[in-house]
Design a protein around this ligand. Sequence first.
Ligand SMILES: Cc1cc2nc3c(=O)[nH]c(=O)nc-3n(C[C@H](O)[C@H](O)[C@H](O)COP(=O)(O)O)c2cc1C
Length: 359
Amino acid sequence: MNTIGNSIRLTLFGASHDTCIGCVIDGIPAGFTVNPETITRDLTLRKPAPGIGTPRVEADVPEIVGLLEGKTTGAPLVIRIENTNINDSDYDELRRIPRPGHADYPAYAKYGVNHDIRGGGMFSGRMTTVLVSAGAVLRDFISAYGISVGSYTTSIGSVKDDTVYSADEIMQISHTNPLRAMTSEMEEAMREEILKAKADGDSVGGVIRCVSKGLPAGLGEPFFDTLDGEIAKAVFAIPGVKGIEFGAGFAAASLRGSENNDSYLMQDGVVSTKTNNAGGILGGMSNGAALEFSVAFKPTPSISKRQDSVDLFDEKDAELSVRGRHDPCIATRGAVVVEAMTIFVIADLLIRGGFVCRN
Ligand SMILES: Cc1cc2nc3c(=O)[nH]c(=O)nc-3n(C[C@H](O)[C@H](O)[C@H](O)COP(=O)(O)O)c2cc1C
């Protein structure tokens, strides 16, 4: 369904080429200030990188209903963003010849011709504009409790940044370049990798590492609504996400317990860990270390290179070369979306776990 969350609930509406997209967020405590600058900054991070991404760029100034003098009132917030840059003609062919890798065929199987195919409809990356806006609203909310969330690009195609960065370093770099790379050398190499794929009429995937600092120990609602489980669910809702691993992730399976366990130590009177293979989560609850996880984005499905598909109306094989406006790499734009979903889960669990008063 289109609703996520427990103590804070977010319901999405609209579609890529509908008149607008938006969401209703219910459960944010009253009296909290919504800062339009945070929303503008986060939405800028979702925009396509200049010279690389899709030419579909919109002003994206969200209208927010439910505030009194800039503060929440306890009523639901409605965020509404107009779709202004739409071009329906690009998508006619996709109704009968589905794009390999996109949601066109399963959506046709489920909704038939009623599915709004334009721009991918509700399966479009455009919907993530709403997620980022909601995340930005809640970024300031969790920041009031000393919690921050940041991310960077660890790999694009075959270009990998193997350096291990501290949470502080990641927070600092988080907002400085459109590819979300940690160094200018990495940014350049990643840019080249994307442009090479673009020149071939193709696309590339990438991996984003997300961190959160300042979480209180004990955040998460075992057995089933664990911190990692809730994050995984929220992050897998992002179109194009194909994997997530917390801390050492799959690599932990080839370590000994003595190597994988994060030994404890007292630091300034606080229980801390020497390493962070657990990614800051044990037993589905935060353990006081930084929350750390990586998210794999697949290559953008819409590519101009010719691909095999089928004609759904004539029931025969067909070829397809996707026209329209598409990004050769969605991972770098996806970084702030991953942050937004993480922020949402943290805010929800803070209230649910009684760390923050619901009024
Ligand atoms: C920010 C963002 C932008 C996206 N832009 C495109 C795009 O231009 N073309 C495309 O084919 N897919 C794009 N996607 C990915 C598709 O929406 C996604 O692959 C599709 O809905 C199928 O879902 P799945 O990959 O999660 O299975 C984008 C995803 C995100 C997060």
